[in-house]
Design a protein around this ligand. Structure first.
Ligand code: ATP
Ligand code: MG
Length: 477
């Protein structure tokens, strides 16, 4: 791989170890920095973005575990390895809890040291290229702006391709954020009307009486305020496609009128008896279960059957987790371009978190989470720390997560800790100003308050504010 050399920081109070390990590391392709005590190392780690730290456990004053703690707090993507002559179980457990990925016992076994250095370097290279490879794959496999590499989406793309030349009405169903609007646009783009208008309207957005006039138009004097004749969206979309989003919200009276248009191909402007002919393809979308709405008497069955002659059902993201890395890669690329940040990848923990999250908000939620994480990230990697605060509910781990992915450092209480620390830090940086802290975290103020309550942080903040009154950290990015 080309690109910068990985940086290793070696911390030991024995000069001999520093000399020998740094020599081996340089030979293995690293830049190496050495420190003979924990305090200097911690200070250096604040300004240098190390990829790997080898640290001696026992040093006077600031010991190896303190260094690990500092790494965990400040640079979670950095790998840490403890070097020690006496690894009691307790210290080993403590070290692992603090994020150490391995330990080397002293006297050092050079073959093992070299193997370790090679593994870490290869993993870094792999990670740096992974995102760009996945991003390229995602780009190549994009279908009308949709990314989907797994079988479910590939099948869906095929279906859209086959249907598009023929559909006159279609119903697109799926949970919120699954991409219904993208599917509607794809059906239009790949159909015979691609050169004509695609008019989108949200059926839940407006008041009933106004909406009728919005859809069908009105004549002068039809109601108070109707000072002019006005054509509706059906007329506007004549010859093209009208996308009726959230059709499940359409009031019953308008459902009857819509059905008429679909059956007869004519509209009546409000206040007029004169029919006007329109030729409009209608694609409707809903995240409701329309069948259940029909059963409950809230949706006309005749309209339902008319619409679902062609139904395109989008699977929720949790049923196509294999797409997550590709979506992620595309979204990271997008955000890093826009933010001009050189993000190159995700740490393994971050990947794992994305793989097992519940994703109730589906692709939209993933996109938002990645975008927020990219804003928060201050290295070239996104870590679970940024994700933890970017995800709406850190506890929302899917019950049936992908096999083999459930174990690992994504335990919910770890997440809560990470989230708590991240919020606390933001509050300190913002000197207790919650509005500013919320902005840093990419949260609304209300969302921040909810979190403070959930995390029992209500009163800590006051203390924190005092603590930081004498000059807090400066805001990095
Ligand atoms: N397969 C996909 N590839 C890339 N981006 C996607 C994909 N699916 C959805 N998105 C993105 O996710 C967001 C939500 O998509 P869209 O608006 O189509 O969802 P929706 O199903 O209409 O949601 P809602 O029911 O909430 O209106 C958009 O930003 C869209 O670009
Ligand atoms: Mg939508």
């Amino acid at each position: 791989m080309n690109g910068p050399k990985p940086l290793i920081v070696i911390v030991d109070d024995e000069q001999g170890i520093l000399d020998v390990v740094s020599r081996v590391a340089r030979r293995a392709g690293y830049d190496a920095m050495t420190y003979s005590n924990g305090r200097d190392a911690i200070a250096a780690l604040q300004t240098h973005r190390a990829d790997l730290v080898l640290v001696d456990l026992r040093m006077p004053e600031v010991g190896g575990l303190d260094v690990l703690r500092a790494i965990r707090d400040r640079n979670p993507r950095c790998q840490a390895v403890l070097m020690t002559g006496f690894a009691s179980v307790d210290t080993a457990v403590e070290a692992i809890k603090l994020g150490a990925t391995d330990y080397l016992s002293k006297p050092l076994d050079f073959a093992r040291l070299e193997a370790l250095l090679a593994t870490v370097r290869d993993d870094l290279d792999r990670r740096r290229s992974l995102l760009s490879i996945e991003g390229d794959v995602a780009k190549r496999l994009e279908f009308c702006g949709m990314i989907g590499r797994g079988p479910l989406m590939q099948e869906l793309f095929g279906m859209i391709r086959r249907l598009a030349p023929h559909v006159r009405t279609a119903l697109v169903t799926g949970e919120t954020g699954t991409g219904k609007e993208l599917v509607a646009r794809a059906l239009h783009q790949l159909g015979p009307r691609r050169e004509r208008r695609f008019v989108a309207v949200n059926c839940s957005a407006v008041v009933e009486t106004l909406f009728e006039s919005e859809l069908f138009g009105h004549v002068r004097g039809a109601f108070t305020g109707a000072t002019e004749h006005k054509s509706g969206l059906f007329e506007l979309a004549d010859g093209g496609t009208l996308f009726l989003d959230e059709i499940g919200e359409l009031p019953l009276s308008l459902q009857a009128k819509l059905l008429r248009v679909l059956e007869l191909g004519e509209v009546h402007r409000v206040g007029s008896l004169e029919p006007r002919t329109v030729n409009v393809h209608v694609i409707a979308a809903t995240n409701r279960d329309l069948r259940a709405e029909v059963a409950a008497g809230r949706f006309r069955s005749d309209l339902y059957y008319r619409l679902n002659i062609v139904e395109v059902a989008l699977p929720p993201l949790r049923d196509r987790r294999e797409d997550i890395p590709y979506l992620t890669a595309a979204f990271v690329r997008e955000s890093s371009d826009r933010l001009r940040k050189p993000l190159v990848g995700l740490t393994p923990g971050a990947e794992r978190l994305l793989a097992i999250a519940a994703w109730d908000g589906n692709v939209r939620e993933l996109r938002n989470v990645i975008e927020r994480a990219c804003i928060l990230a201050d290295g070239d990697f996104i870590t679970e720390r940024e994700l933890a605060v970017s995800m709406p509910q850190p506890r929302a781990i899917a019950p049936a997560a992908a096999p083999g992915l459930a174990e690992g450092p994504a335990a919910p209480d770890l997440l809560v800790t990470v989230e708590r620390e991240h919020i606390q830090r933001a509050l300190v940086r913002a000197r207790g100003n919650k509005k500013a802290a919320a902005r840093m975290l990419g949260l609304s103020r209300r969302a921040l308050y909810r979190r403070l309550e959930r995390l029992d942080l209500g009163d800590t903040i006051m203390r924190r504010r005092d603590a930081s009154a004498d000059g807090g950290e400066s805001l990095g990015a």
